[in-house]
Design a protein around this ligand. Sequence first.
Ligand code: SF4
Ligand code: SF4
Length: 183
Amino acid sequence: MLEMNVEQRLQEIAEKLSKRVDTLSCFACGTCVAACPISRATGAEIYHPRRFVRTTIEGQARRLLETPELWLCASCHACLEHCPQKVPVSELILELHNLACSLGLAPKDIAAEVENILASGWALAPSESVNKRREQLGLPPIPLKNRSSKDLVKIAKATELTKRLKQIKERQEVQAAEAGGDT
Ligand code: SF4
Ligand code: SF4
């Protein structure tokens, strides 16, 4: 059922994009790759923002949900800002992230990062050593646990994020067990 909903949503996105994008000019353009910091760092053959647009318009977005490259996006929106057609590439990628998460397909590092945020309330949790250095500089300590973490946990439960994290972990465990069995 969930898989079907995702397929349906991907189809809607593909239809919307194909109405909005002049595909011939887009497939011959490439301005977004020049603007994208990740493409510059990895090389366009590894990461190319237009690939997400093209693959989605071609009705193949389901396989994007399982590619590790999907998670390299820094959400800087440079692609959108530079695109002559204002194709919402970064928004498309964000939606693909959400759909991948809904199927438990996010990489384990992403799940671990979210768990850290839920546990501490910080995106980058401070450590005892950071507080020691702050003390040496005459600065007050940063609480290791942010007051908002309780609220975040509530939100995660209400939005089923906790359930998704569990799915992602279970899927990773199955994959690890399968990989172990192959050796
Ligand atoms: S900049 Fe826009 S039109 Fe050009 S390739 Fe990227 S998405 Fe397509
Ligand atoms: S939002 Fe993602 S795809 Fe777009 S330029 Fe930034 S890193 Fe590249």
